[in-house]
Design a protein around this ligand. Sequence first.
Ligand code: PLP
Length: 483
Amino acid sequence: MEGSTPHLFGRSTVHTFQHDVARAAAAVADRVGTVRRPYSGASLTDLQAMVDAVDLDRPLGDTDAALDEVGRLYLDHAVWFHEPGYVAHLNCPVALPALSAEVLLAAVNSSVDTYDQSTTGTLIERRLVDWAAGRIGFGPDADGVFTSGGTQSNLHGLLLAREASAATDLSRMRILATAEAHFSVTQAGILLGLGRDAVVPVATDDVGRMDPVALTAILDDLIRYDLVPMAVVATAGTTDLGCVDPVDAVADACARYGVWLHVDAAYGCGLLVSTRRRHLLDGIERADSVTVDFHKSFFQPISSSAVIVRRSAAMRRMAHHADYLNPRTATVPNQVDKSLQTTRRFDALKLWMTLRTVGAEQLGTMFDRVVDLAEDAHRLLIDDPDFEVAAAPTLSTVLFRYRPAWLDVDTCDTLTPRIRARLFAGGEAIVAGTTRKGHHWLKLTLLNPATTVEHLRTVLDRVRETGWELLTEDDPRLATAVV
Ligand SMILES: *Cc1c(COP(=O)(O)O)cnc(C)c1O
């Protein structure tokens, strides 16, 4: 044995392990210590050539050499979410204790599908599910499981809704959500066999929140046409506008019609620990199932998400048993009984380490801070005649575009995605893009509590300069025409 497996983790390699992890940590720390922009700005063509040039059939033989190579391939061109110029998607800088947890859970390699592969891993995950359920306001009958992300949590919640439905004809089942809901809801409808048109859009108010009156009208209509409202999805933090549907009013309608309520709080789950904005989630305790993405507003490394249900029986209904894994007669808790995955990472340890080190209150303050920052960004934008803003923020996103008064809307629509692409190519600032009612917008998604208004001012100046640069490249006469 000794010496025959020098590359596998075990008793004879613990020193190599420590050396390797320290080197890996040093390599990433070296970049983070020196990097001053979210991206190198390398082109796809160059990166493709670099990756293609590696001969995967000629190993380098030792981790140090492979790490050096990966440093050049990956670390030198990674997109850094901790850099204040990164304001694009729902990615957060990660909590340090969670990174220590990553080392542990990857090395031990526990699989939390069964108790006999994870022991306290299973118990720790269950405590965290109970903790999250408590924060939601569910009673002692709640249950849940960690998942790979909000997409899987939404699928799981809607699967439970389908199984809880008295109806059996899938083609008649409908899911109600606003047009602002995440695309994974539509995808879940397809995966669950309901078809592409299963999601019925519910009208929103002028802010983008579900209109409970419109919801009731649609529920009436569906029933009149002999269709089955299988679930209502209320989004607590929409991906574009950060809107929070009025969960309590939606829960009233669901209760009246006996419809499953799924709350997609993938983004807004940070409100669960917010000291100043928890009220935005009022009514979430009446949901049947809830999606929470700790890898968004709890500052956790990907993956860390969970689906939490109010009544454990709903989840147990989906349990399947295999004699080789989780026999019916088991006297220990096997999380696979309620998961869509089998072999599964012990991601829960990251949240555990974070709660034990930082605590929920501090996490909530960090989330509140990025929401405050979005309000600051909004103020900067509305005070600036070069920019147009789509809506006031609720959480930490702001939709805007570069549009001085003299710029017509068609030109602005072609310009906006080009600004975004050129910014990315420069590597200094990364913003997201979306469309609303056929028009292009840029999006700031703020999840970095260390970002300041000054940083945002710099990003907005880059957007402005880039817009002007592109316009004058298209039409050099512009430089003299506009003063
Ligand atoms: C991000 C997001 C999802 C999907 O979550 P993943 O973790 O990316 O799979 C679902 N719903 C909403 C509202 C989201 O913002």
